[in-house]
Design a protein around this ligand. Structure first.
Ligand SMILES: Nc1ncnc2c1ncn2[C@@H]1O[C@H](COP(=O)(O)OP(=O)(O)O)[C@@H](O)[C@H]1O
Ligand SMILES: [Mg+2]
Length: 309
């Protein structure tokens, strides 16, 4: 697929000189879901705000569908929908009017059929005449998405769509995102929830301190950086790792009933055979052996720590 968004060496220094983006380059393919994962203060909102024209960059270039966000602002902006981090809706306005008004802001002709399609897709059609203030938190979030989709953009940014939301609503949101992707919308979402990126993204970018530390297919990322843990369960608990095994990268489980060995699935030798024979030589009796794939969480924590080092 073609790249719908090209970001080259994007920089942003806020007044006072703080560098929130330190030269971010990234290409986004049409139709994909990219999750930008990063801790608070990483620069996620700054990145999105800059692409959407809310914040002025201090360096670099961004093109949306071939339109430069500065020189060709209107054309670029019309291709983008933005769901902001904060809920900012008029409490006394009706749902349908809120969405209609947003469409009008983009100079798009009225199209009630398009609005109906959007509201139905977000399960808001039966609430179209409700005032915003009468809606639940989850519905308000869906209204924000409806507003962002009102002018039928091809790229949708969701800034922390599930921050502070309960588990059920989070899953609803994931379903909505999957539905939009099925409609061909390109989606960039920011999150500091690793499981969110793991659940819905095609690609994952990790951002920390204004730098994009990596961007990778989710599946490849997990495989490339994946480590496995081997848990050697013992028939009798022990109080410490025997001296003869100290050279191994081993730790003892909290209850002393298992030795945990971490290895790289891509290494030429995993060291498992050697480990097991040394365990036997130390006089330990095995009850069972279990392996576990490390999660994206471990990968993320490693990366952000490296980035901070
Ligand atoms: N208007 C602003 N003026 C000065 N500093 C800001 C402004 N907005 C954000 N920052 C700083 O830029 C950094 C990145 O912020 P932000 O993009 O909101 O991060 P994230 O969305 O990843 O939590 C933070 O250190 C934040 O304090
Ligand atoms: Mg933010």
């Amino acid at each position: 697929m073609a790249d719908i968004l090209k970001i080259e060496d994007l920089r942003k220094s806020y007044a006072g000189g703080f560098e929130a983006l330190k030269g971010v380059s990234l290409r986004i393919r049409e139709g994909e879901i990219l999750a930008l994962l990063g801790p608070n203060g990483a620069g996620k909102t700054t990145l999105i705000s800059t692409i959407c024209g809310i914040t002025t960059p201090t360096g670099g270039h961004v093109e949306v569908g071939g339109h430069d966000i500065l020189k060709d602002y209107r054309a670029a902006r019309s291709m983008i929908g933005l769901v902001p981090q904060e809920i900012n809706l008029e409490p006394f306005e009706k749902v349908i009017n809120t969405v209609r008004f947003s469409r009008g802001l983009f100079g798009k002709p009225a199209d009630d059929a398009a609005l109906e399609r959007i509201l139905r897709q977000l399960s808001l059609w039966d609430k179209k005449d409700s005032q915003i203030r009468a809606l639940s938190g989850g519905m308000k979030r869906r209204v924000l998405i409806a507003k962002a989709l009102s002018h039928e953009p091809r790229v949708l940014f969701l800034d922390e769509p599930t921050a502070g939301v309960d588990v059920e609503l989070r899953k609803d949101m994931w379903q909505i995102v999957a539905g939009l992707k099925a409609d061909g919308v390109t989606i960039i979402l920011t999150t500091h929830y690793i499981e969110e990126a793991e659940a819905i993204a095609d690609r994952i970018g990790v951002i920390a301190k204004g730098e994009l530390l990596l961007v990778e297919e989710k599946d490849k990322l997990m495989a490339r950086m994946g480590k496995k843990e081997l848990e050697v369960q013992l028939s009798e608990p022990i109080s410490s790792v025997p001296a003869s095994l100290q050279s191994q990268a081993l730790r003892l489980s909290a209850d002393g009933s298992a030795l945990i060995y971490t290895y790289d699935t891509n290494a030429e030798r995993t060291g498992i055979t050697k480990l097991l024979s040394e365990v036997a030589a130390a006089g330990l009796v095995l009850r069972d052996v279990v392996t576990r794939q490390s999660s994206l969480e471990d990968i993320f924590v490693d990366l952000v720590q490296e980035g901070a080092a």
